[in-house]
Design a protein around this ligand. Structure first.
Ligand SMILES: [Zn+2]
Length: 318
């Protein structure tokens, strides 16, 4: 009975030791928190390596990298880590970090699904060498220059690009251009041109009905339908990039062009077995458009618009 009512001396001693330990631990843990100082570090690697690293939208380095975050404090703060690599989907995560903390991050980047895209820099063909601007710059030259820039931009995003010409001055018939696109197994064909007209801005044309050339009637109904869907995806996405910088003239059928009104469709469309879109990037005979398309900034915007248009158009085909 006595042992149950009165704690033994051993138990009292044990309880005292526990109390002392708790007293000692309390201030110690506070000291540890106070001593947490210096930047937080995100040790970021990615597969594949070489991705651009951004923290809260600010560029820091490329992977692999130890990214120091000076603004980290003893109180946890949230940081958004973003990795960008051409041809791969954007990778983004949020981390709660405190000063002095080191966090290992290993990101596996997802490859963007690439498509085979045929770019057809318009002219010279059996029908025309193309138009000219007031400064003497030729449509043929601009089509070629932008096609090469667009090829690089699309390739960087994981697409494969096939060109219908191997040099600026190469003459390729419009029928042959379509055959090259068909033979490449391309998902779509983008025909790049600059217009001669009284208006201003970008316009797109797709085969809205069959035409006949060299005794061949085409394209197939499936190509007409897919080309229309591609155009409806392409145009608003491209114009969203060009908004306020370059005008839009809308989506039209091939039958609205001079050649299309005579044949039913453009020759390059008649022989196409894949979705085809003719892009009149600007009106080269308009001085404002000429200044836009010959300038570095205008060309950069145009390429961005065409990339956005192609990817939005492809999304309509899936
Ligand atoms: Zn042209």
């Amino acid at each position: 009975m006595t042992t149950k009512e009165c704690p033994s001396p051993c138990l009292v001693l044990f309880a005292c030791l526990l109390l002392l330990g708790a007293l000692a631990l309390g201030p110690a843990s506070v000291r540890a928190e106070e001593s947490t100082s210096g930047p937080a570090v995100l040790a970021v690697s990615s597969e594949p390596a070489g991705a651009k690293v951004f923290v809260n939208g600010y560029y820091k380095s490329r992977t692999p990298a130890n990214v120091t975050i000076e603004s980290a404090t003893a109180t946890p703060r949230e940081y958004t880590l973003t990795l960008l690599l051409s041809g791969y989907a954007k990778w983004q995560r949020a981390y709660s970090l405190v000063a002095g903390e080191r966090r290992e991050v290993a990101a596996r980047l997802d490859k963007l699904p690439g498509a085979i895209i045929c770019l057809d820099p318009g002219h010279p063909s059996e029908t025309s060498a193309g138009c000219k601007g007031s400064t003497g710059v030729t449509e043929n030259h601009l089509n070629w220059v932008i096609a090469l820039k667009l090829r690089d931009a699309l390739t960087a995003r994981g697409h494969q690009v096939v060109l219908t010409k191997s040099s600026e001055g190469e003459m390729v018939t419009n029928r042959r251009r379509a055959e090259i696109a068909n033979g490449a197994g391309a998902a779509c064909m983008l025909r790049l041109h600059c217009d001669a007209a009284s208006a201003s801005g970008l316009a797109v044309y797709y085969p809205d009905r069959q035409g006949t050339k060299y005794g061949v009637t085409g394209p197939g109904r499936d190509v007409i339908q897919a080309s229309g869907a591609f155009a409806q995806g392409f145009y608003p996405a491209a114009m969203a990039v060009l908004s306020g910088q370059h005008k839009g003239r809308g989506v039209h059928g091939d039958s609205g062009t001079y050649i299309g009104s005579q044949q039913g469709a453009l020759t390059g469309s008649i022989f196409a077995k894949i979705p085809v879109l003719t892009v009149e990037m600007c009106v080269l005979t308009n001085r404002t458009d000429e200044a836009f398309i010959t300038g570095a900034r205008g060309q950069e915007l145009m390429v961005k618009a065409l990339v956005a248009g192609v990817e939005a158009g492809l999304a309509r085909l899936r």
